[in-house]
Ligand binder design. Structure first.
Ligand code: GLU
Length: 333
């Protein structure tokens, strides 16, 4: 049987106190369930998603204790390599939840790409914010399109990141490989902007929510700009794949975005696995949906979160029954 990875710890001390003082505390109070949420680099938006979800789960736990509605879940959201790392770990039962790009969710559940673990047991919980693919180029690099990165020093992203996979999809679309670059670096999202400002790379590709403090390090810090990606290759990617759509990074987002930038993008999605118990996914979903105003206030990329879209946009894996149960109770499905 697949390892669930969810640790249930019976708190002996609580049980003992209960016995000594005449049975105070029910069975739920004696159980602690630990869940881990895979995120991304510490300067990305996924890290904020994961830690916001934990915050809402713990808030519900605190309020539940007052009202006698206990879920016993304790949550952690460590920094990770990103989307494809998270999916791989969820599939092996090492993480219970994770944030992942909708393109890699699709490929994992359909087994349609060798860039992500084939994971038929992957389950969708909800989607979060849109993630445009950013081609970020150094001031004076002359890069105005993806083909212009040929012969340059390009950060293609760390293995395990969604940005690495999506950059490679774009490279194959343009008939390019890592050999077409003067140097192809594998820096993390946290390293890439400083590397660009230090003159170590000319460009990088990054799939991320808007605005992002990491991107601002390059745009506002050393005049890097975001190039449009709306040529034939991107048009074909959008036309052929349900998980891509054209999107706009609005003028004024960063110091160098004087005009709207047109590019293609995906959705950030929150995923789990069929082996994670229904009650755990139900409680996490409930904690998020009951505290959406809090969630919206925790990052500007979450400002427009709307349950009507969150329960369907970018979700190609089947909904986890724990999430579906909550949505049905609310009459949303
Ligand atoms: N989309 C990126 C990835 O999958 C992560 C973006 C973020 O950390 O916000 O690697």
């Amino acid at each position: 049987m697949k390892k669930i990875g969810l640790t249930t710890v019976a708190l002996g001390a609580v049980a003992l106190v209960g016995a000594t003082f005449g049975g105070a505390g029910d069975a739920a109070a004696q159980e602690r369930k630990f869940i881990s949420i895979g995120t991304g680099g510490p300067t990305g938006v996924y890290f904020v998603v994961g830690n916001s979800v934990c915050r809402m789960v713990h808030k519900e736990a605190a309020e539940g204790r007052k009202k006698g509605r206990k879920h016993g879940i304790r949550c952690a959201a460590p920094s990770t390599g990103g989307s494809t790392y998270n999916i791989g770990q969820i599939c092996q039962g090492e993480l219970e939840f994770g944030v992942a790009q909708s393109d890699w969710q699709f490929h994992a559940v359909n087994g349609s790409s060798d860039k992500v673990t084939n994971c038929p047991g992957l389950r969708a919980v909800f989607s979060v914010h849109p993630e445009p693919f950013h081609l970020i180029a150094a001031d004076g690099s002359g890069i105005a399109s993806f083909t212009d990165t040929k012969g340059k020093r390009m950060n293609i992203g760390n293995p395990g990141s969604g940005q690495r996979g999506t950059t490679e999809v774009l490279m194959s679309g343009y008939g390019m490989s890592a050999d077409d670059y003067a140097v192809a670096t594998e820096l993390t999202s946290t390293e890439q902007s400083q590397a660009l400002c230090d003159g170590k790379i000319d460009a990088y590709g990054y799939t991320v929510g808007v605005p992002n403090a990491g991107v601002a390090v390059a745009t506002d810090g050393c005049g890097a700009y975001i190039a449009n990606l709306d040529g034939e290759v991107e048009q074909k990617l959008v036309a052929d794949n349900p998980f891509y759509a054209f999107t706009t990074i609005p003028a004024g987002t960063y110091k160098t975005t004087a005009e709207d930038v047109t590019t293609f993008g995906v959705m950030a999605t929150f995923v789990s696995h069929e082996s994670v118990p229904e009650d755990v996914v139900y409680e996490v979903t409930r904690a998020v949906m009951e505290n959406l105003d809090d969630f919206r206030s925790l990052h500007p990329a979450f400002r427009n979160l709307d349950p009507a879209n969150m329960i369907k946009d970018g979700l190609s894996a089947p909904l986890h029954p724990g999430a579906a149960k909550y949505y049905q109770e609310k009459g949303w499905m």
